[in-house]
Design a protein around this ligand. Structure first.
Ligand SMILES: Cc1cc2nc3c(=O)[nH]c(=O)nc-3n(C[C@H](O)[C@H](O)[C@H](O)COP(=O)(O)OP(=O)(O)OC[C@H]3O[C@@H](n4cnc5c(N)ncnc54)[C@H](O)[C@@H]3O)c2cc1C
Length: 413
């Protein structure tokens, strides 16, 4: 029968974007099926930070308390010189933000995903099917039919709408024939995640060490973890930097032997990409399927959660007959400028950390400040040309990168 649907909304991908969207869509009265190829959540850490607005969205699905219970807070985000002098200090990360949660929350992504999935039990309208691997879809004027491989079998589901929240490699994006704008950021970084035994021997604030010899990030995480990220230098291979002895030498100056155990070490390529189209007919993209950002601003997953919040109420109105599908055209126009501005900020922060001019640590502060000024000017020009400068300044003020005029006046008084 042409009008027999398995669900209103079919979501491919049970990561943080897909599950948050599922919860919000169910709140909006939709019948939702989430299909996830893996048996369980990805168990190793990725995101380390979420901002206060994202905490507000988590609150709206009832997951905020559980997430806060495993989060930590940092008073500062410090950019340091190679000899560990403070170059830039961004304050206020632990202050309660405008929407009632601390501005920056250092998290453990698997714990966040567990808290979100635990909420599914409270929403009978959403059904998570693990072990369902998306294979492809067909679309007609009223319906999407998607095929899934399950234990050697193939099953089809019919839905009014399909959202690909299936991560950076997104088979849904590929099936829809949507390509990325590549913003030309592609850097390999060694990520070392550790389990903490003695917090007193670890930095209590987030650090970006602008060491021309080895740009390094060191950040708090939730649920008993702490992370280091080391830039992989030209000429080094993944095998070189993943060597146990090599990692031990990188950590040696931090004097943390005995205070931590390494949980995993991995080389990630940090990219900056935005899908050219976020909607094609009855198919939409959300989260990493739609955009990828280098993690220097801690905003990749946050962007996916914002996508979910933008989409859920619009799909709810359409399915209830209170809006026409045209409303979905506002999804990309509303979300893309914010995503591009956030990626711009992350790239600017990355350029600040990894300014590798060969300058000595004595001259480094002046070099780094002027590099940052040049980079900011370039970025301002770029964003102004895309009518995004205001968005960028708003975000940057949240991070205390560019204080507002009144804040500057206040600090002089
Ligand atoms: C080192 C690092 C640090 C980071 N730091 C931060 C940070 O501090 N803050 C922040 O906000 N973000 C950060 N991020 C980014 C964040 O981890 C991602 O943006 C986030 O995981 C994206 O969520 P998602 O749900 O869109 O995609 P994913 O988490 O990738 O989930 C996609 C899901 O789709 C499933 N899937 C894929 N293909 C199929 C298929 N064919 N069928 C069914 N299911 C499928 C996958 O199994 C997966 O479960 C960081 C990332 C890295 C790597």
């Amino acid at each position: 029968m042409a009008d027999s649907f398995d669900c209103d909304l079919l979501i491919v991908g049970g990561g943080p974007t897909g599950v948050t969207l599922g919860l919000l869509a169910a709140q909006n009265g939709l019948k939702v099926i989430i299909c996830e190829k893996e048996a369980d959540i990805y168990p190793l850490p990725r995101a380390a930070h979420v901002d206060h607005e994202v905490m507000r969205i988590f609150q709206s699905v009832g997951a905020a308390e559980a997430i806060m219970a495993t989060s930590r807070h940092t008073a500062y985000n410090d950019f340091l010189t190679a000899d560990r002098q403070i170059l830039l200090r961004f304050e206020g990360s632990n202050r309660i933000g405008a929407v009632g949660w601390p501005a920056a929350n250092m998290i453990h992504q698997p714990s966040v995903e567990r808290a979100l999935r635990d909420r599914l039990a409270e929403y009978p309208g959403v059904d998570l099917r693990s072990g369902w691997q998306f294979e492809g879809f067909t679309e007609d004027s009223s319906c999407i039919t998607a095929d899934f491989a399950i234990n050697g079998d193939v099953r089809s589901l019919r839905s009014k709408w399909l959202v690909g929240a299936d991560g950076a490699r997104s088979p849904v994006r590929e099936g829809a024939g949507i390509i990325f704008d590549d913003l030309n950021f592609d850097e390999p970084w060694l990520v070392v995640d550790t389990i903490v035994h003695d917090y007193s021997r670890l930095p209590q604030v987030n650090l970006q060490v602008c060491d021309p010899e080895r740009p390094t990030t060191c950040v708090l995480m939730g649920n008993g973890r702490h992370r280091w990220e080391f830039m992989v230098k030209p000429g080094e291979t993944a095998a070189d930097v993943l060597d146990d002895q090599f990692v031990e030498e990188l950590l040696e100056p931090w004097n943390v032997a005995g205070a931590i155990t390494i949980e995993r070490k991995v080389v990630y390529r940090f990219n900056a990409k935005v899908a050219q189209a976020w909607r094609k007919g009855r198919v939409l993209l959300a989260g990493d399927a739609a955009h990828q950002t280098p993690p220097f601003a801690g905003q990749g997953m946050c962007a996916g959660i914002r996508d979910a919040a933008n989409l859920a109420w619009k799909l709810g109105r359409i399915v209830r007959g209170q809006a026409t599908p045209d409303i979905l055209d506002t999804y990309q126009t509303e979300r893309e400028p914010h995503v591009r501005a956030t990626i711009g900020m992350a790239m600017m922060m990355g350029q600040t950390v990894h300014h590798r001019s060969g300058s000595s640590s004595r001259t480094r502060p002046r070099d780094a400040r002027s590099a940052r000024r040049r980079s900011v000017t370039r970025r301002r020009r770029h964003l102004a040309s895309h009518n995004q400068r205001n968005d960028f300044l708003r975000i940057a003020r949240g991070w205390r990168i560019f204080p507002s005029i009144s804040e500057r006046r206040g600090s002089k008084a």
